[in-house]
Design a binder for this molecule. Sequence first.
Ligand code: MG
Length: 290
Amino acid sequence: MRIATYVQGGTRHIGVVSADGQQITPFKVAAETAQRGALALIETLASGGALPPLDATPIAVSSVRLEAPLPMPRRNLWCVGRNYHAHARELSASVFKDNDSNPEAWPIVFTKVPECVVGPHDDVRLPGAGISDQIDYEAELAVVIGKGGKNITRANALGHVFGYTIVNDVTARDVQMRHQQWDMGKSFDTFCPMGPWIVTADELDGTKTRVRCWVNGELRQDGPTDNMIFDIPTLIETISRGITLYPGDVIATGTPAGVGMGLKPPRYIKTGDVIRVEIDGIGAIENRFI
Ligand code: MG
């Protein structure tokens, strides 16, 4: 099932998107439930409840404005740094040391604030000269947690996945490098395009899909998710060590090789650039940078 959050006639709704991505059928829920986006449904299912009934009449996806499926995640998004072998290699000459050659290494984990999430086709606002002029893209598969838990084992981890969506972990490289923690350089307003919907885990194996990213039509990133250094079960096991994960928590699993910083010379985002991120089995998000 593909669950989307969208605006029609000035009102937020939640709905099920058809397999071809062309139609959407709204859930019949109260306005205050729809206001919370897909999070309301994920929490209902995680607590043993049933999905609400669907409206009888599908409408065209083209007639609505898709929002992020989780327009305001319940708390900061968990994010993983340098988690593809090829991406770790491309940054190994930078200040970010290669974490791929140490078998005892742990994943790099940081967060983005929930307020930076925007929709799959919304504009991303560059913060302006003087704040950062090294804005970069990171195409990523994001895991959405269903059933919460603490100290989740690798073996049980995929049973806690509600589904998958796409994020662009937009990053200000100079700010990321300047501070010991990455959160500031990752959390500028509008720096987390998400969507176009959540595909539930029964319809997609996130461990075996493919992440691609184009900048103005030029393919920059193309990586299979089985190139991750720390796979999805390991990430869930690690992040839930002593920390309770909740329904609706998001884990952005890291980006493949081909970010702007890794090019020689580096190529950062300019006003007017359009960045498209596509993941097999989910769909695509495409955002203009202004
Ligand atoms: Mg990232």
